[in-house]
Design a protein around this ligand. Structure first.
Ligand code: SF4
Ligand code: SF4
Length: 303
């Protein structure tokens, strides 16, 4: 979806985020809807468009200025994005070769070494492309980069284990403790996610048979706090109690909901259906962090 340099909210130091498309969840509050599917995707930012028609003139599919009206015919060839003088047509998801991704992120290496930063895999859901993640994480690990992962937690743990073992820090989401509510708002139940959080404790490898070992990654379990969905004191306390029980070394981060993704929904012609959600204010967030901390979990804040 994007290679985003200079991120300071997704791990230590200055980091480059690699947003990888494809996600098994459909969280109703998602702010990156372009990453739902693993396919090339174009966007049209109506607010930036001056109606010059340069996009239409080059489109091999004969699609008009309103991309969303002809989206079913769009092959995401990108010609309109190259022609648009206002960046109103943009590539939202592109295909990239793994070695090109590595070359691109290593351009920022100087920032990593001075700030203690590195690369963070994000999405969409980075584990939904397990082979790509395995290759990228191996190459960057061997290049001496710090690598972190942000994940929804819904993946085949053993398939992804080699990548997980290379991480310095893993952020994993826990969105609701009630399986039915979790399914209602994300499209999947939470059992697999709860299991995978518990399995994080198995990461790390002692040196054996001449092969070097390495320590376990640090872990931060994140709750995106969505007002009206998962912000009850009971849910936050139960989430923190679970994390403390199965993964005592884990820290937790509580992030308030935001609706900044609206603009992306418009760009890809997808309905923005986040009625009823609200952003908990500072007081409420402070209280909820206190409730989580009371379960014995250390609370961190990377924002
Ligand atoms: S990406 Fe290609 S096919 Fe799609 S609207 Fe632009 S020019 Fe037309
Ligand atoms: S080229 Fe860009 S600014 Fe011009 S009509 Fe198309 S989208 Fe709008």
């Amino acid at each position: 979806m994007q290679i985003q340099p200079f991120s300071v909210n997704d791990g230590e130091g200055i980091r480059t985020n690699i947003f990888m498309a494809g996600c098994p969840l459909r969280c109703r509050w998602c702010s990156n809807p372009e990453g739902f599917e693993q396919k090339k995707l174009m966007g049209w930012h109506k607010r930036k468009c001056i109606g010059c028609g340069a996009c239409t003139a080059v489109c091999p599919q004969g699609i008009g200025i309103d991309l969303n009206a002809g989206r079913d015919r769009c092959t995401a060839c990108g010609a309109c994005a190259d022609a648009c003088p206002e960046e109103a047509r943009t590539r939202m998801v592109t295909l990239m070769d793994a070695d090109d991704v590595i070359r691109e992120v290593l351009k920022h290496r100087l920032f990593f070494s001075y700030s203690g930063g590195g690369v963070t895999f994000s999405g969409g859901e980075a584990t939904s492309q397990p082979e790509f993640l395995d290759y990228l994480s191996r190459e960057l690990y061997d290049a001496g980069c710090s690598i972190d992962l942000e994940s929804c937690g819904y993946f085949d743990f053993e398939l992804v284990r080699p990548s997980l073992e290379r991480m310095d820090l893993i952020f994993m989401d826990l969105k609701h403790m009630d399986p039915a509510v979790h399914k209602e708002f994300t499209g999947v139940s939470n059992e697999r996610i709860l299991e995978n959080i518990a399995r994080l404790v198995t990461l790390g490898r002692p040196a054996e048979n001449g092969a070097a070992g390495h320590g376990a990654p640090e872990t931060v379990i994140r709750i995106p706090v969505i007002g009206g969905v998962n912000n009850s004191e009971e849910n936050i306390a139960a989430s923190a109690a679970y994390v403390h029980d199965v993964l005592p070394a884990a820290k937790m981060e509580l992030l308030p909901y935001h609706s900044l993704g609206r603009i992306k929904y418009e760009a890809i012609g997808m309905p923005f259906d986040q009625e009823g959600f609200y952003t908990p204010d500072k007081e409420e967030m402070k209280k909820l962090r206190g409730i989580a901390a009371a379960q014995g979990v250390e609370i961190v804040d990377y924002r």
